[in-house]
Design a protein around this ligand. Structure first.
Ligand code: ARG
Length: 258
C-alpha cells in the first residue's frame, strides 16, 4: 500500500515538473480569449484554424500569451459590442479583437501595451466620383460594423449622413457591391482583405482615423495584464511577432501595393 502511494506521489511530481518545464497546458487549465471572428486577418473562421475553427494574428498572439501562462487557449466568439461586457463580468479572461484603445473603453476595462497601428479607411466602388476624400462622406449612406470606432467616427459626421450598422463588416461590403450604400468605413487591414476578394472595390488613399490596437482585461486584473504585457514584449524582442506579421499581414500589404 505504502509503495503504491509513494509511486503515485512520484508520478505526480514528475508530471508537475514536466508541466512546469514545458509550460504545457496541463497545470493551469484554460484561458479564454473573447473576440469577434469577423475581422480578417486579425480573427476569422476557417476549416483548419490554429485554435479549432479560429485563426488570425490576434489568435496567434493569444496562443503565445496562453503558452507563457502554461494554459490552454479557448476562443469565445461573440458580437463586437458584447466584448467589453464579457471581460468585465469575467466571462472571458481577455479580449483580443483588433480593439482600439479609446477613453470610454478605458473606463470599463484595462488595456495592454499597444501591438498594432491601425485606422479607419473608406471603401468605395471603383470608378465612382462622388467620394474622393473624407469630407465627401457627409450626407452619404455609409456602412460600418456596429459598435466600432468606424461606427463612432461616421456617426459624428452629422448632417443628413445615414449610418448603416452591420454585425459583420462583410455584410456592409455586400451592400456596397449592390449599390445600397455609398461607402464602407472600416479598419485598414480588414478593408484590404475585403477589397482583395471583391474586384470592383477600392480604398481611398487618405486614412479616415488613426488608432492603435491593444488587448483588454477586466478592470484591476493586474495579474493578467502584466502577463499579457510580458508576452507582448517577449514576442516583439525574440522575432515571433515579426514572423506572425509576415504570416498574417504581409499578404494584404503586398496585395494592396500591386
Ligand atoms: N478597431 C475597431 C474598434 O476597436 C474595430 C474592431 C473590430 N474588431 C472585430 N474583431 N470585429 O472599434
Amino acid at each position: 500500500m505504502k509503495k503504491k502511494v509513494m509511486a503515485l506521489a512520484l508520478a505526480l511530481c514528475l508530471c508537475c515538473g514536466a508541466a512546469l518545464m514545458t509550460g504545457c497546458g496541463q497545470d493551469g487549465g484554460k484561458i479564454i480569449m473573447g473576440t469577434n471572428a469577423e475581422f480578417e486577418p486579425f480573427e476569422y473562421k476557417t476549416e483548419s484554424g490554429i485554435v479549432g475553427n479560429f485563426d488570425g494574428l490576434d489568435v496567434a498572439i493569444a496562443q503565445e500569451i496562453a503558452k507563457d501562462m502554461g494554459k490552454e487557449l479557448a476562443v469565445e466568439d461573440m458580437d463586437f459590442g458584447s466584448l467589453i461586457g464579457a471581460v468585465s463580468t469575467g466571462k472571458v479572461n481577455f479580449v483580443a479583437a483588433g480593439m482600439t484603445i479609446k477613453p470610454d473603453r478605458l473606463e470599463n476595462a484595462d488595456f495592454s501595451d499597444t501591438y498594432f497601428d491601425a485606422g479607419q479607411v473608406i471603401i468605395v466602388k471603383k470608378g465612382q466620383t462622388d467620394i474622393k476624400s473624407n469630407e465627401d462622406l457627409k450626407d452619404k449612406k455609409i456602412g460600418v460594423q456596429e459598435g466600432t470606432t468606424g461606427d463612432e467616427a461616421v456617426s459624428e459626421l452629422g448632417g443628413s449622413t445615414e449610418v448603416y450598422r452591420f454585425k459583420k463588416g462583410m455584410d456592409a461590403v455586400l451592400d456596397l457591391n449592390n449599390d445600397k450604400i455609398d461607402a464602407v468605413v472600416i479598419d485598414e487591414m480588414p478593408a484590404r482583405a475585403f477589397v482583395a476578394k471583391n474586384e470592383g472595390l477600392e480604398i481611398l488613399d487618405e486614412p479616415f482615423t488613426v488608432e492603435s490596437y491593444a488587448i483588454a482585461v477586466k478592470k484591476g486584473d493586474t495579474a493578467t495584464l502584466e502577463a499579457i504585457n510580458k508576452t507582448l514584449k517577449r514576442i516583439k524582442e525574440d522575432g515571433t511577432f515579426d514572423e506572425l506579421y509576415k504570416k498574417y499581414i504581409d499578404a494584404y500589404v503586398e496585395n494592396f501595393e500591386e
